[in-house]
Structures are given as structure tokens and as C-alpha cells.
Design a protein around this ligand. Structure first.
Ligand code: FES
Ligand code: FES
Length: 186
């Protein structure tokens, strides 16, 4: 006779990087970070502090109205994302039919150009934060004179233990300036 499963589960339906994932019975208490790493094998979303401070675990949640926001998956339960559409770091590059990366996003390419990271543990969070920022600026551009401050505000909560942040910030500035419609004169 089988023993009853003591863990409470319920179905989770989530779209990740544009693909509807199979609906699975997922423990009530499971954090989204563990769902991504263990159920979906999407290990680019990183466990850093585990208490909401470093933002290595950030993903993007896309709303139907076109707005996006960053969410920390180490402190947010998987079921919060039920019915939602998210992007992880694996979803930014362009891939061919075999799933091989054929070109990086502007943000990813600028991070490489600027040698922005060392161990890269924080990089997925920075990629997602910078991407949310650039998409916001495309909807609502800022005067060029306010760009550095805007970037600082967007990235300042993301922690990196290896670098001095300068190359990340420079890379994001170049990614913004390479994206049309993100700034206005002034
Ligand atoms: S691992 Fe989530 S905020 Fe640090
Ligand atoms: S590059 Fe190592 S934590 Fe940022």
C-alpha cells in the first residue's frame, strides 16, 4: 500500500521564454528559483543570498499590457507565477532550430564587450534588470542628461562581489544608446 504524499501540491502553469511549460503538480511551498532549476533545468537563474538581497535570482515577468517587472525568485513562490509569462536569462539570445545561440541580445553583447563580469554569478540578474530598463526607456525615454542617474537607479539593488560595477554601468549605457528611442535631447 502506498503512503500518502505529505507534501501539498497543486498544478502550476507558466510560460517561460515564450513557451508554455507542461502543467505539473508543484509543492505549495516551492520557491520559483527551485522550480526553474529543478523542474525546468533552467539553471541560469542563480541562487545567491537566498534572502532577497543580491538579486542574482531575478527574472522578468511580462504583463499583457506590455509592461515588465523584475521579480526575485528566491523569495517568491512558484505558484505566484501561475498563469504568468516570464523571461529568464536563457531567453534573451537568438537561437537556431537546434537551440544553439546565434546572436546575443544588445545587453549581453555589451556586457561581453566591456568585460563587465568575472565569475558571472550576478550576470543573469544584471541582464534582466538592464533589459527591463531598456524596454521601459523605449516606452518612456529620458533626457540624455539623466541617463546615468536612471541607470544607477535601475541597477543599484543588484549586488556583485567581484567587480566594481563600473563596467556593468558603462555597458548598460552603451546598450541604451545603441537602442533607438530610449533617450531624448536634454
Ligand atoms: S538569491 Fe535571490 S535575492 Fe539573492
Ligand atoms: S561577477 Fe562575480 S558576483 Fe558579479
Amino acid at each position: 500500500m502506498s503512503t500518502p504524499d505529505p507534501i501539498k501540491r497543486k498544478p502550476l502553469k507558466v510560460t517561460i521564454n515564450g513557451e508554455q511549460q507542461p502543467v505539473e503538480q508543484v509543492p505549495d511551498e516551492l520557491m520559483m528559483l527551485d522550480y526553474l532549476n529543478e523542474y525546468r533545468n533552467l539553471t541560469g537563474t542563480r541562487f545567491g543570498c537566498g534572502i532577497g538581497l543580491c538579486r542574482a535570482c531575478t527574472v522578468i515577468v511580462d504583463s499583457p499590457d506590455g509592461h515588465s517587472e523584475e521579480i526575485r525568485t528566491c523569495i517568491t513562490g512558484a505558484h505566484y507565477f501561475n498563469g504568468k509569462s516570464i523571461r529568464t536569462v536563457e531567453g534573451h539570445a537568438e537561437r537556431d532550430d537546434r537551440g544553439e545561440v546565434v546572436s546575443l541580445s544588445e545587453v549581453q553583447q555589451q556586457f561581453l564587450n566591456h568585460f563587465s563580469f568575472q565569475c558571472s554569478y550576478c550576470a543573469p540578474g544584471f541582464v534582466n534588470a538592464a533589459t527591463v530598463l531598456i524596454e521601459r526607456l523605449q516606452r518612456d525615454p529620458v533626457p540624455r542628461s539623466q541617463l546615468e542617474d536612471t541607470i544607477s537607479q535601475a541597477l543599484e539593488s543588484h549586488l556583485c562581489r567581484c567587480t566594481g560595477y563600473v563596467r556593468y554601468y558603462q555597458a548598460v549605457r552603451d546598450a541604451v544608446l545603441a537602442t533607438s528611442g530610449t533617450t531624448v535631447e536634454g
